[in-house]
Ligand binder design. Structure first.
Ligand code: SF4
Ligand code: SF4
Length: 277
């Protein structure tokens, strides 16, 4: 796990570049992060599908795609955020190292973005205005190359990219990953799915072994988390906030190696210990 961050960066970069050239790639991979077809396999943004459900009955392909995305989140957590999402990638790049001012507890942060998602759905139901389309940064960013492919002007592309650029500038100024923490509607549904299974169920998880933990006080794993989480307490509903980026696991690999990223089932003793702390 010593090089997991570098491996992840390479994957993020490849995915990012892949989306940049996607419209020119032909028929095998088609679409955007709103709805993508990877050969015969459909993927879809669950939030966009939910919004479509509020108006019309979405096509089966869209429903299957959204279901598939949620099943991946159920079993592997929010790996979309840390390995695929173009905004997540850019947000991590602009994040200033060691900029971890006091953060709002995640319970509240999750409530804020759940409320925003509900509000945006309500706006769609009442006014038929697709507010969620505007604030769905992964899908929006993945559409930009399509605009270039359609010979849209640079100004039109810049206007389409304006909101994500503004959010990135704000994150650069504040040193906080504001969008992913407080706003992103995608992270709400992915988060619900990733925190749904019990801790001792089979699934890809960040696990902590307190017996191997050698750090006291402000641990390096905690400093490594750009989302301000405590990696030693990624249990139960807290799993919905973790993007499984493994930055904490890499930081821990230089210490007691108490944090691991594994597919094994959890041990009750560890869960009990963590619940008390
Ligand atoms: S929280 Fe949203 S914007 Fe952030 S990485 Fe996840 S999907 Fe992307
Ligand atoms: S707890 Fe660890 S794996 Fe989860 S988001 Fe923070 S650094 Fe990444």
């Amino acid at each position: 796990m010593k090089h997991i961050r570098s491996i992840r960066r390479c994957v993020q970069l490849l995915v990012f570049l892949g989306f940049c050239i996607l419209p020119w790639l032909g028929e095998t991979i088609r679409g955007s992060l709103f709805a993508l077809r990877l050969g015969p396999i459909p993927f879809a943004d669950p939030v966009a599908t939910l919004q479509t459900l509020c108006g019309n009955w979405p096509g089966m392909r869209l429903l299957f795609g959204a279901g598939f995305t949620l099943i991946i989140a159920l079993l592997c957590g929010r790996i979309f955020c840390s390995w695929i999402c173009p905004y997540g990638f850019l947000s991590e790049l602009v994040h200033r190292k060691n900029a971890h001012p006091k953060q709002t507890p995640f319970k509240q942060a999750f409530l804020v973005k759940s409320g925003l998602l509900a509000f945006a759905l309500l706006v769609f139901l009442i006014f038929s205005y697709p507010l969620l389309g505007l604030i769905s940064f992964p899908g929006e960013l993945s559409l930009l190359p399509l605009l270039a492919w359609q010979n849209e002007t640079v100004l039109a592309i810049l206007i389409a990219a304006a909101l994500p650029i503004l959010a990135l500038l704000l994150e650069l100024a504040t040193g906080k990953r504001l969008w992913c923490r407080y706003v992103c509607p995608q992270s709400v549904l992915l988060g619900f799915a990733s925190g749904s299974l019990p801790d001792n169920c089979l699934g890809l998880r960040i696990r902590w072994n307190p017996k191997a933990c050698t750090c006291k006080g402000e641990a390096p794993c905690r400093q490594a988390c750009t989302l301000g989480l405590n990696p030693r307490h990624i249990l139960g509903p807290n799993r919905r906030d973790c993007t499984q980026c493994c930055d904490c696991v890499q930081a821990c690999s230089a210490k007691g190696q108490a944090l691991t990223w594994s597919c094994t089932t959890g041990k009750k003793t560890i869960d009990k210990y963590a619940a008390k702390n």
